[in-house]
Design a protein around this ligand. Sequence first.
Ligand code: HEC
Length: 373
Amino acid sequence: MNTVLKHVTLAGLFAMPLGVFADNHRWFDPSMVERGQSLYQTHCVACHQAAGAGVDHWQQRNADGTYPAPPLNGTAHTWHHDLDTLRRQVREGGARLGGSMPAFAGVLSEDEIAAVIAYVQSLWPDEVYATWAKNYPDDAARRITPASTSGVDDNPVTARLKSMLSPGTTIGEPEPTPIDGIYSVRAGPRFLYVDETGRYVFTGELMDIETRQSLTERLMGTIRLEALASFPAEDMVVFPAVGEEKASLRIFTDTTCPYCRRLHREVPELQAAGVTVRYLPFPRNGLEGQGYDEMRSVWCESDRAAAMTEAKSETGYLIGDTDCDAAAAVATGYELGVEIGIGGTPAIILPDGRMIPGYQPYPNLLRALGVVQ
Ligand code: HEC
């Protein structure tokens, strides 16, 4: 089986702009600050003012007995608090201490809270940050070194990982997760979770029980969409929605796989419900054998949709030309599938990048797409 992974460009996902602030001795990195700044502009600036300046006379009560929003830029006492306390203030608001700041739990994710605090701390002058770091050494040590300034090898989180994985495996930048001290790192077609020392790694899925969402699947979704965008639309075999299109699916398929055939028999139901199905080729046995030849032939036909249906029917399909230019799409589809972690067919990709691995009856697909309740 061909398992050579093509390098995926993740520039959009992990790019870390340089020079947002010159000092990288802080626990956060520039990309986090940048993300935090835009969240701050949306959620915090109305009360805490531009660049965390707060309002004048913030120590004097309002007419209703509450206090105005204090400065967050290091001139007030924000730096007296450790990270947990700062995050908690944002998550839970001020009510529990008799204050009036609203709670942001449910509005901002833990990731976003961490980012907005990183932005707030980026506003502190060096001396203020240094005092905070001395008081809370554990917090300050939670440092991520941006690879763009130091190279992936110097990054403590990924240095050992790199030596363990086979050469050529794409390794992404460590990104913070909602669990303190644990980073997600892209390694080839999947994500690993690594502690801040880079010594301990675990594989698997990180779930948020509160939202019932898989955070790993969300990361994978972003990667899948990015990778899928590189596959030309005209190389997909399309079964368009009947009438107005309400949703669409991209499905990695193999004409020889029994569950792909079963799913294909239900495609007319999906079309009738307003769903466009776009097939990408994924010969599950790799770049040889019946599936590979059959699909190359299908891709060479002038009416690929009809040929696809024929190839998946009981009567069978006679393999024709397999060497036309269009046949190259089959290998491209296979490599793309491997790259994004597809292990079998059918692999159904929802519009947000989530994957349904394996056959599902069409009513389930319509529900997953939100086309029916
Ligand atoms: C509606 C006004 C309001 C909004 C919006 C608001 N805050 Fe506050 N914030 C306050 C007030 C008032 C306090 C003082 C404590 C209290 O009354 O709860 C405060 C206190 C804080 C503190 C503790 C400061 C210290 O020195 O102890 C932090 C940190 C903070 N806010 C961050 C944020 C962030 C980050 C956001 C945006 C996600 C935000 N606040 C949005 C009003 C607001």
